[in-house]
Design a protein around this ligand. Structure first.
Ligand code: DQA
Length: 147
C-alpha cells in the first residue's frame, strides 16, 4: 500500500533555509529516510515537493485513487489555504500534518492551521524526525482500518 508524502513551498531549500529553525538536513535526506522506513514498514512511497498550491492540490486528488494515506508538511500554505483543506477533505484515508519547527513557539500567524481541521494527527517541533513518526502513524491507522 502506498503513502504520499507532500511538502509545500520553500521546503526545497531545507538545509540552506534558516538552519537555526529548520536544521541542516536537506529534503533529499528526509526523502531517503522516509524511503528506508517505508521499506521497513512494507509501504510504497511517493514523495513530492512543490512551491505551487495547485500542484499540491493535484497530488492530493491523485492520492484519492493511489494512496492509502497522506503525510503533509504544507509549509506556509498551512496558515493560508482553504483550498488545500478542501482537497484533503475529499481524501478518505488518514492524513498526518507535520511541521519541522514548533509553530506554536513562533509568530502568532503560524498558530492557526487550516489543514489541522482535517488532519488525524499533527506533529510539530520534532525536527525532521516528525516525518518518520508520521509515516509510522499512517501505517498504524491503515492497519487499524483493516482490522
Ligand atoms: C513549517 C512551518 C511553517 O510555518 C513554515 O511556513 C514552513 C515550514 C515547518 O515545517 O516547520 O515553511 O511547516
Amino acid at each position: 500500500r502506498l503513502v504520499t508524502v507532500l511538502n509545500g513551498p520553500n521546503l526545497n531549500l531545507l538545509g540552506r533555509r534558516q538552519p537555526e529553525i529548520y536544521g541542516h538536513e536537506t529534503l533529499a535526506d528526509i526523502e531517503a529516510a522516509c524511503r528506508a522506513l517505508a521499506d521497513e514498514l512494507g509501504l510504497g512511497l511517493q514523495f513530492h515537493q512543490s512551491n505551487h498550491e495547485g500542484e499540491l492540490i493535484d497530488w492530493i486528488h491523485a492520492a484519492r485513487d493511489e494512496a492509502a494515506g497522506i503525510v503533509i508538511n504544507p509549509a506556509a500554505f498551512t496558515h493560508t489555504s482553504v483550498a488545500l483543506l478542501d482537497a484533503l477533505n475529499a481524501f478518505d484515508g488518514p492524513v498526518i500534518e507535520v511541521h519541522i519547527s514548533n509553530v506554536h513557539k513562533r509568530e502568532t500567524f503560524r498558530h492557526h492551521s487550516y489543514v489541522s481541521l482535517r488532519a488525524d494527527g499533527v506533529i510539530a517541533g520534532l525536527g525532521t524526525e516528525g516525518y518518520g513518526l508520521a509515516l509510522r502513524r499512517v501505517a498504524t491507522l491503515i492497519g487499524l482500518a483493516e482490522a
